[in-house]
Design a protein around this ligand. Structure first.
Ligand code: GLC
Length: 729
């Protein structure tokens, strides 16, 4: 095995006397134990408790209760030879008891501060039940909505995902307060590039693309101090991520300077046998530890085989000690040596009003208004009668979304409940589900829904996906509305009454058939516990929508993968983004990057979202227009609210590096900022572009900033017009 740099084998990891002493005392079995996480499926049996007592368990996944967690901890601390505390982990992905919008919805807020607040609440609620470590944030970049786990990340853009992921790390890990939990950046790396969007499928990612797109969000989490990283299931360029020394030691522990510990995904060390990389379990153990995976999640590979490998000298003690040191250091940082037990709270903070209020704010900011014809939204005061239909208008469970294990339907507030509360005494609410469930084809409820629509001034239809149609192992080869939902919308539309459609799903769907029927379309993702009130705040006009798409919405399945930061190619479609006609002199059109049967543009682009007001961008300037490489360039713009209601705009700044030693995308998001403006109010925005902002992996794969011209685009979505240009000399 080639020894990567000193830092890659942890020689740069701090030496804490208590940890070094323990390390010197530990047997190979105890070391292997610290590197083993057992899944807990209920109260531990005698065999498991004996393993804890023998120091053969370092961590549990999903302790069933606080009492049980403390009992296992007592055995570890008071009955094992060295008294090393256990660390308890759990999937707390977008909230614990207070469920926030799914991370893709949090991506739509473009609001890192709010995402940090939400994570801190999740940590507070989780830590009081004995959880020390959450397996979040998931910072996989996803450009393929067929992949069910697109729901769990913050979308297609590395900068957006980096800023939100780092904010979530800060929220979970806090500033060392008593409620901090260890965060876990996952799934390292490139898991979202699974071929054909098929779950667990093979990924081929050239190093340049790894560095330009997939690694950045992990670097951001490391820079934010993330204590753990989880490897992905994916075969990465022929070497599964869990056995890939290049990404784990050379890059993560080397270049990125990661000093926490790496945990495998569920039994993904063992799965290297199935991948065909390892012949047997001892070989998988050797491969995993050598590659840089410090802890084995639920695989029993390390605890069964590492002691033998250490004793036979097949694996160097230094490598194993580095892994154990990293695990013990995280336990030390979490204060588990001093405070191994968690006292039940006098007053639980779970789902308290304060937490609900923050969750409602996240819902408000996550909603993306894609269409609003004739100002059908917001629901004006004169609405005397509103029809509320669709399988998701009143489903307290499905609105929680995927990975919401600890959310409870009885805590959820549905849209129907919120509508009735908001419009009590002001408007009649006619409720008709229309379909029992998103996947149902039972159309017997259609007529009741149509009658409700006929009696109403406007019909609100809530359609989309069940929670279990996205998340892990939930890839879909079709992205239409499941079941007979589209038919229900068509039946409602035939009443001729104004139709507003709210789409609750864990991914972009093919919504052109919806948009053709509806006067307004609002994307609500899966909004979580406070989905109802947050959505009604926006539908009613109490709050203007400000969400922006964190992921592209395609016109057709065949366009996938489709994303905004594409390359120009030698024959870009139509005119390029500067309005310069393309095509060759002989064939002015036709021989260009396109399809015969669908427009190459997306249905709705990354960064897009409407407001109830309008914004204008004025006074663009960039200075200096000639800057030396390394000198910051400042972009200024004035944003004005030119409408009649207050709103929040997400100002987005994109660049295009026109000529470089490798081709660059036609747009790259380099900054974004939310700004609240009252009617007529304007704000002067200023963005500094540094050399690092303009850098990309050069031919030598090192971050490079090259001289040349850059176009700058500033606006409310990724198709923002050209503002101006500057040149690096
Ligand atoms: C799952 C997921 C991972 C999760 C882990 C523990 O397979 O891939 O995201 O954190 O196992 O449940």
């Amino acid at each position: 095995m080639s020894h990567a740099g000193a830092e890659a084998t942890g020689l740069s990891i701090p030496r804490i006397p208590r940890i070094e002493t323990l390390l010197s005392q530990m047997t190979p079995f105890e070391k292997a134990g610290q590197l083993s996480q057992l899944a807990c499926h209920g109260p531990a049996d005698e065999k498991t408790i004996a393993a804890v007592r023998d120091g053969l368990v370092g961590s549990f996944l999903n302790a069933p209760s606080l009492e049980h967690r403390n009992e296992l901890q007592r055995v570890a601390v008071e009955e094992s030879r060295l008294g090393i505390p256990l660390v308890f982990g759990r999937d707390v992905i977008h909230g614990y008891r207070t469920i926030f919008p799914i991370p893709l919805g949090q991506g739509a807020t473009f609001d890192p501060d709010l995402a940090q607040k939400a994570a801190a609440i999740a940590a507070r609620e989780a830590s009081e039940t004995g959880i020390d470590w959450v397996f979040a944030p998931m910072v996989d970049i996803a450009r393929d909505p067929r992949w069910g786990r697109i729901a769990e990340g913050c979308g297609e853009d590395p900068l957006l995902t980096s800023q939100l992921g780092a904010a979530m790390v800060r929220g979970f890990q806090g500033t060392g307060g008593p409620h901090r939990v260890a965060a876990c950046a996952k799934h390292y790396v490139g898991y979202g590039a699974c071929e054909a969007g098929k779950e667990y499928n093979t990924t081929w990612i050239p190093e340049r693309l790894l560095r330009e797109v997939y690694l950045r969000s992990f670097q951001a989490c490391v820079d934010a101090g993330v204590l753990t990283v989880m490897t992905g299931f994916n075969d990465l360029n022929g070497v599964p991520a869990t056995g890939n020394e290049f990404i784990l030691r050379a890059i993560l522990k080397g270049e990125c300077g990661f000093s926490g510990f790496v945990v495998s995904d569920w039994a993904s060390i063992r799965e290297m046998i199935t991948h065909g990389l390892c012949a047997d379990e001892p070989n998988a153990a050797l491969r995993g530890i050598s590659a840089g995976v410090d802890m084995d999640m639920a695989g029993r590979i390390y605890v069964d085989h590492l002691p033998g490998l250490i004793e036979s000298g097949a694996v160097s003690a230094a490598l194993v000690d580095d892994a154990v040191r990293r695990v013990l250091l995280v336990k030390h940082k979490l204060g588990l040596f001093e405070r191994p037990y968690v006292q039940p709270p006098r007053q639980s903070v779970a789902v308290c009003e304060e937490h609900r209020a923050v969750a409602q704010q996240v819902v408000r900011e996550s909603l993306v208004l894609l269409k609003n014809e004739g100002g059908v939204l917001p629901l004006a005061r004169m609405e005397r009668s509103i029809a509320a239909v669709g399988p998701l208008v009143d489903d307290p469970f499905e609105q929680l979304g995927c990975w919401a294990f600890d959310g409870r339907r009885e805590d959820s507030v549905t849209v129907l409940t919120a509508l009735r509360a908001r419009f009590a005494g002001r408007a009649e609410i006619h409720f008709a589900r229309g379909l029992p469930d998103c996947r149902s084809t039972d159309t017997t409820g259609f007529e009741e829904a149509a009658r409700a629509a006929e009696r109403a001034d406007v019909t609100l239809a809530f359609v989309g996906e069940n929670a279990n149609l996205s998340g892990e192992c939930r890839s879909r080869a079709f992205l239409d509305l499941p079941g007979a939902q589209q038919q229900l919308l068509e039946r409602i539309a035939r009443t001729g009454r104004p139709l507003v459609v709210v789409v609750m799903a864990g991914r972009p769907l093919l919504i052109e058939p919806i948009c053709s029927l509806a006067k307004a379309v609002l994307v609500a993702w899966h909004p979580g516990t406070m989905g109802g009130p947050g959505i009604v705040d926006v539908l009613s006009g109490d709050v203007s929508p400000s969400g922006k798409l964190p992921v592209t919405f395609p016109r057709a399945l065949g366009q996938i993968p489709i994303y905004y930061a594409f390359k120009n190619t030698g024959r870009p479609p139509g005119t390029d983004h500067r309005g310069i006609p393309t095509g060759t002199p002989l064939d002015p059109v036709g021989f260009e990057t396109s399809y015969l049967d669908v427009d190459v543009s997306p249905l709705y682009p990354f960064g897009f979202g409407l407001s109830y007001t309008t914004f204008e961008y004025q006074d663009f300037s960039v200075s200096p227009i000639k800057a030396r490489v390394g000198e910051p360039v400042t972009v200024r713009i004035r944003v004005r609210n030119t409408g009649s209601v207050e709103g929040v705009e997400v100002v987005q700044l994109y660049i295009r590096d026109l000529v470089a030693s490798t081709t660059r995308p036609v747009r790259e998001l380099k900054a974004f900022q939310r700004v609240a403006l009252k009617p007529g109010e304007s704000a002067a925005m200023e963005f500094a572009l540094t050399a690092a902002d303009l850098a990309f992996p050069g031919r030598d794969m090192k971050p490079t900033t090259e001289p040349g011209r850059f176009d700058v685009f500033v606006g409310g979505n990724s198709l923002a017009p050209l503002g101006g240009s500057f040149e690096l000399v």
